[in-house]
Design a binder for this molecule. Structure first.
Ligand code: 13P
Ligand code: SF4
Length: 355
């Protein structure tokens, strides 16, 4: 929930109380001015600001009316009466908000805030897969653009991927574009996994797939998150060697080996809930670094092991400066052509009904 302050000074004090030791004081003084002006303008315009869990701490705590993971924010976007919706996240998230609530103006503060997964696949790729595997249901991760969502049968997020796949009445499921998430879902659901894609599949990986269950075959695409693919099992081993009592949480966009070596895996919101509810001496979060800052700000008694050189260069483009410019200049307006939006909405709504 955004900070309600009656003056810049009050905003600065509130931010300092929350973020002392996390964000330098001099930075907070400057950010408090921006945040105060954003909230004033937001009220004047009747806007709402949605912020993904990866937003930097000052922005996350000062101006976002709702924070959450992709699934939670898409639900908020679908039901809000506010206009415009300012989406502090990346383009595919803002597009999803526009698709679910087409009468609202949706603004993305940074025009080029993309995602390596969304960029790994095109609508044409999906059409080709359809031809290659006629009758096989296609599941798209929410981290895809609207034209891809328009071609698939159903969407999923990291918070409901296994549930969505389980709900499909088919032996074979195409799951795209995240190779790692597909393999994690296959493991979680006990299904079999195959990679008939552009690149040949290494034999060892094919054998591993064989060892999984047999109820479904999940055909996956080789997309990867450029942030989560960087975490390794060795990272976990090194931290465990130093802190044997650490609890390790990994986002399911990490490799299956990393997820297997972790103690918990779930969406960003599920990871936050886990840290809130499970008392551990210390935690290691294998995900974008801002999230650990945001958790520490809320619960300073929780100890986080910092392994924090990995930022999402797309999420990090969203700044308080750009959020203010977004409200002042009504930019960048997200548009989705009607026919694509209509077909993409069907895939997203199917997911929302199931999960
Ligand atoms: P969540 O839906 O878990 O927030 O994930 C979105 C994302 O882009 C993670 O990298
Ligand atoms: Fe995309 Fe990865 Fe950034 Fe999430 S963290 S927005 S999946 S590039």
């Amino acid at each position: 929930m955004a900070i309600e302050a009656r003056s810049v000074d009050e905003m600065r004090q509130a931010l300092q109380e929350r973020l002392a030791g996390i964000v330098p004081e001099v930075e907070l003084a400057y950010k408090a001015e921006l945040a105060w002006e954003i909230n004033r303008l937001k009220q004047e315009r009747g806007a709402v600001i949605l912020g993904h869990n990866y937003m930097e701490p000052a922005l996350y705590y000062s101006v976002c009316d709702y924070t959450g993971d992709s699934l939670e924010l898409s639900r908020v976007a679908a039901r809000t009466d506010a206009n415009p919706i300012v989406f502090c996240g990346v383009r595919f998230m803002a597009e999803t908000a526009k698709i679910l609530n087409p009468d609202r103006t949706v603004l993305l503060p940074a025009e080029r805030a993309g995602c390596s997964l969304a960029e790994s696949i095109t609508a044409e790729d999906v059409r080709r897969l359809r031809e290659q595997y006629p009758g096989v249901p296609i599941v798209a991760y929410i981290n895809t653009y609207a034209d891809v969502k328009a071609e698939v049968d159903i969407c999923c997020t990291s918070g409901n991927a296994a549930k969505v796949v389980q709900s499909l009445d088919a032996d074979t499921v195409i799951f795209l574009p995240d190779e790692y998430l597909a393999r994690n879902v296959a493991r979680e659901t006990g299904k079999r996994i195959v990679f008939p894609t552009r690149r040949p599949v290494p034999e060892a990986r094919a054998r591993e797939a064989e060892r999984n269950g047999v109820e479904y075959t999940i055909v996956s695409w080789h997309g990867r998150c450029e942030v989560h693919e960087q975490f390794t099992v060795e990272d976990i081993q090194r931290v465990r060697a130093q802190f044997p009592d650490v609890v390790v949480l990994a986002h399911p966009e990490c490799s299956p080996e990393v997820v297997e070596a972790a103690d918990f895996s779930g969406s960003t919101a599920a990871m936050i809930r886990y840290v809130r509810s499970v008392d551990a001496p210390r935690y290691l979060l294998l995900t974008e670094c801002s999230m650990a800052d945001n958790i520490i700000a809320e619960a300073p008694e929780k100890e986080m092991v910092r392994l924090c050189s990995i930022r999402c260069r797309h999420m990090n483009q969203i700044t308080l400066e750009d959020t203010l410019a977004s409200l002042r200049e009504n930019r960048y307006v997200i548009e989705v052509p009607d026919e694509i939006a209509r077909r993409a909405r069907r895939s997203i709504e199917r997911m929302l009904e199931i999960a």
